[in-house]
Design a protein around this ligand. Structure first.
Ligand code: UT7
Length: 337
């Protein structure tokens, strides 16, 4: 009998309606459509309306993912995991609120904070809970409202990030089923924590006897230094996840990498020895949506009919922490499209 495993059973994505084009940003700051497209591949992103927060996006994506499963009853879901770096508030976490608003009752609910790697970390958390028998069904959501954390004076970040949410429903199944999450590889390097983050508003700053600088409320990113780490760590982690799964790189049908920069995705493909056609790129439409980027890319590609039953997918992500993670899974079929 095959080993227990988390099996992909539902999928949904949501971006807020407001589209912000490169052209619009070029009127607000010293940038251009040509620079953004050439250096990142991003053409537009979505920003939530005033007053809309991460839980609102998470509820929309979660609702769509649950609906995609069809016969699933709300009381079947035993856990909600929300990956986010931009929660509605410092405390409480957003997952209990999301579970309640989705009508899922008084179930286990937690946030996972692992920057742009958050979705893969949440997937690992959910898979472990399913395999351990803590739940039969788990809703995993990656959700971010990044634009209020962007410094309008920092064109290196202001043109990159967008808002959105993506969600998957996982059920307890077996590793031989289509849709099974076969392996997950996770890692971190806290010695490089200062390369990207939102330093203000944590206990370090609250306890410091000095006034806060206004910029500390905003996302800081040393993009140039992070770039090679992103490529190297995602490549290493991908290789580890594939080795555990017993797959060669040639057997991977689709690489769904963190959507930070098209140049990073292409460099990753080159490191892995995968042709660009197998790389899923969705960032032109949504920018870097951090923990939401992989499930949003999955939802978009599935809706376009890109994945076929039993296709082999490699997910790989990299972000603040530094953190990284990869997962190998098979595709459960067109029902998810
Ligand atoms: O998601 C979490 C992990 N994050 C990442 O993986 C991000 C990794 N890094 C990147 O994607 C890229 O480093 C960026 C897209 C953030 C920046 O691209 P880059 O090619 O590394 O640009 P750069 O920072 O080296 O800047 C090159 C030039 C500079 O001008 P000078 O000094 O050469 O005159 C910048 O001032 O481009 C300038 N620049 C811009 N120009 C127009 C930087 N941002 C902009 C902009 N518009 N938005």
């Amino acid at each position: 009998m095959s080993a227990p495993a988390a099996v992909l059973a539902g999928l949904g994505g949501y971006v807020p309606p407001r589209t912000v084009t490169n052209e619009e940003l070029s009127h607000r700051m010293d940038t251009s459509d040509a620079w953004i497209v050439q250096r990142t591949g991003i053409r537009q992103r979505h920003w939530a309306d005033p007053g809309v927060a991460t839980s609102d996006l998470a509820v929309e994506a979660g609702h769509r993912a649950l609906k995609s499963v069809g016969a699933l009853a709300p009381h079947d879901v035993g856990m909600v995991v929300v990956a986010t770096t931009t929660p509605d508030q410092q405390c409480p976490s957003v997952a209990p609120d999301v579970a309640s608003r989705l009508g899922l009752g008084t179930i286990a609910a937690l946030d996972v904070a692992a920057g742009c790697s958050g979705f893969v970390y949440a997937l690992a958390t959910a898979s472990a809970a399913l395999v351990a028998g803590h739940a039969e069904w788990v809703l995993v959501i990656g959700a971010e409202t990044f634009h209020p954390f962007l410094n309008p004076a920092d064109r290196g970040t202001a043109v990159i990030f967008g808002d959105g949410a993506g969600a998957v429903v996982l059920r307890r199944g077996t590793a031989d089923e289509a849709g099974a999450v076969l392996t997950v590889d996770l890692g971190s390097d806290g010695s490089l924590k200062d390369l990207v983050g939102i330093p203000g508003n944590g206990s370090r700053h609250r306890s410091a006897a000095r006034p806060h600088h206004a910029d500390e409320r905003y996302l800081y990113m040393n993009g140039k230094e992070i770039f090679p780490h992103a490529v190297r760590r995602m490549a290493q982690s991908s290789s580890a996840a594939l080795a555990q799964a017993g797959w060669s790189v040639d057997e991977v049908d689709h690489v769904v990498g963190h959507q930070a920069n098209l140049r990073i995705l292409h460099a990753l493909a080159q490191h892995l020895g995968v042709d660009k056609e197998r790389v899923v790129a969705h960032l032109d439409q949504v920018g870097n949506t951090s923990a939401a980027s992989i499930p949003l890319a999955l939802a978009d590609a599935a809706a376009k009919g890109r994945f076929q039953l039993h296709d082999r997918l490699l997910l790989t992500a990299f972000g603040a922490g530094l953190t990284w993670g990869s997962a190998a899974l098979t595709w459960p079929g067109t029902a998810l499209a």
